[in-house]
Write a protein that binds this ligand. Structure first.
Ligand SMILES: C[S@@+](CC[C@H](N)C(=O)[O-])C[C@H]1O[C@@H](n2cnc3c(N)ncnc32)[C@H](O)[C@@H]1O
Length: 463
């Protein structure tokens, strides 16, 4: 394998020069591969026999690393994982974004390689997916039900997971308690094709202080059996400070349009983040079951601190925070700015942002609900003034072309673009360079073991 490519695959070349993308490989591996798919521009393959392993390889911590697909770099040492992501960001920005020059700073690695996630979602299935190893073992598999993760690319197949190493304990203990209770008490698991069964999904969320939130979705009405499970798990784990359930007979698992019932405790858990100001008061954020909050909270603080440093925000600045979510970046920056305006399409997130501002005694942050394409308009700057610093943190698809257009019209002195997808970020930067120069690029690794990476780009208005 010649090098790491995007999305956790390695790049190799066939004798005829065709590019081959190999999953489960490490740069430096010498292997016999099996081509699974032939695409127009490349071939997709997996390793059939590893002849000579790369020196970067390590034994994966997780028993499901090969099959799960969530942690595509777990077989490589963390130092090299971070290096691959750094290279991927640079290449995307240079190739797609045509970013030339600029200060490309080395990636900020994550201090914790495991147990860093504050949120995991699991699915129940009445028809457990079996790995090739399990099938090849020839052993009779007595338990046909599963509680775990979706097999990549297969919507109806769930892999049973005993231990996931991405979230701290008691994450596995709670999940396994629920599965054991369901087996012992004969609670049925959801059948995704035949559409029946009681238990559908569960979500576990935690704070750095060790408070937990549990959300269970029932496909059939929970009645006594489902509520008995809720009571048993809450009794067994006093760390659960907020427990919800929902009856969800919809075709999809999304909780955003569901009426969630609070079963126990507070309607939210509270996360804390150090102040943006040396010695200042820490911020607190109420996180409900539907709120977006960065999944690696410790590293989120580093991301925001880097963004603030690059934005060089001072007491004279009016900062706009596009795609603000529950207002975390906006409130962090409000501690040093004159005024901050956060915009976001999810009304519940904006209600939480306003509540978070009140809780933290922040009076210079304003929040507006709206689709960015329509909400980011002159009416806003007539009300709040034009921004001289703008932070944008869009979803994976990047910004709508209309939003990019508006950024070009507005001619803002400093724009900080935070992204979880450097390919779409690069596409947007290519357009923005008509008026802005990309002066600093700072990748931050929030998601060790996976191929995901956050990247911050500082854009300064050209003279
Ligand atoms: C990557 S998250 C950023 C959240 C926030 N900056 C943070 O760090 O917690 C992207 C946010 O954009 C919001 N969003 C997605 N599409 C949007 C749109 N068209 N208009 C406004 N907000 C949108 C999502 O609801 C989500 O909260």
């Amino acid at each position: 394998m010649e090098r790491a490519g995007g999305r956790g695959v390695c790049v190799a070349h066939a004798p005829d020069g065709k590019t081959i993308l190999v999953a489960g490989a490490a740069p430096g591996d010498i292997a016999t591969i099996k081509v699974l798919r032939k695409k127009k521009k490349h071939l997709e393959a997996v390793i059939e026999r590893l002849e000579h392993p790369s020196p970067h390889r390590v034994q994966p911590t997780c028993a499901y690393a090969e099959d799960c697909g969530g942690c595509s770099w777990q077989h490589v040492d963390y130092g090299h994982q971070a290096e691959f992501k750094d290279v991927e960001v640079r290449e995307n920005l240079r190739r797609i974004g045509q970013v030339e020059g600029g200060d490309f700073r080395p990636i900020v690695p994550a201090p914790k390689a495991y147990r860093y996630r504050n949120k995991l979602e699991f699915s129940f299935s009445a028809s457990r997916w079996l790995s090739w190893k399990e099938i090849a073992s020839g052993e009779e598999i007595a338990q046909k039900q599963a509680l775990g993760f979706h097999v990549p690319g297969l919507w109806d197949k769930i892999m049973d997971i005993e231990t996931c190493h991405l979230q701290p304990e008691p994450s596995n203990a709670i999940k396994n308690f629920i599965r054991d209770y369901a087996f012992t008490n004969g609670l049925s698991f959801f059948h995704p094709r035949e559409k029946h069964g009681l238990l559908r999904t569960m979500m576990l969320r935690c704070t750095q202080a060790g408070d937990w939130m549990l959300v269970i979705q029932f496909y059939e009405a929970p009645e006594e059996a489902g509520l008995g499970l809720m009571q048993a798990v809450c009794d067994a784990f006093p760390e659960i400070k907020s427990a919800y359930y929902a009856h969800n007979p919809k075709p999809n698992d999304s909780i955003y349009d569901l009426d969630l019932q609070l079963f126990k405790g507070e309607p939210y858990v509270v996360e804390h983040m150090p102040s943006a100001v040396e010695g200042g008061r820490a911020l607190s954020f109420r996180i409900g079951p539907k709120s977006f909050y960065q999944t690696n909270p410790e590293q989120a603080h580093r991301l925001y601190a880097e963004a603030l440093k690059l934005a060089n925000v001072g007491p004279e600045d009016t900062v706009y925070d596009l795609y603000t979510g529950t207002g975390t970046i906006a409130l962090f920056m409000a501690q040093v700015a004159k005024k901050v305006v956060g915009i976001e399409s999810v009304p519940e997130a904006i209600a939480a942002a306003k509540e978070n501002a009140r809780e933290n005694g922040i009076t210079n942050a304003h929040f507006e609900v709206g689709d960015m394409r329509h909400a980011f308009q002159a009416e806003l700057w007539e009300r709040y003034g034009k921004p001289n610093v703008l932070v944008t943190d869009p979803p994976r698809d990047g910004m709508h072309p209309k939003v990019v257009e508006r950024l070009l019209e507005l001619e803002i002195p400093r724009v900080v673009y935070v992204s979880c997808n450097s390919a779409t970020q690069a596409r947007d930067l290519a357009l923005l360079q008509e008026k802005y120069a990309v002066t600093v690029v700072q990748p931050v690794d929030m998601f060790p073991q996976t191929h995901h990476v956050e990247n911050i780009a500082l854009l300064e208005l050209k003279a």
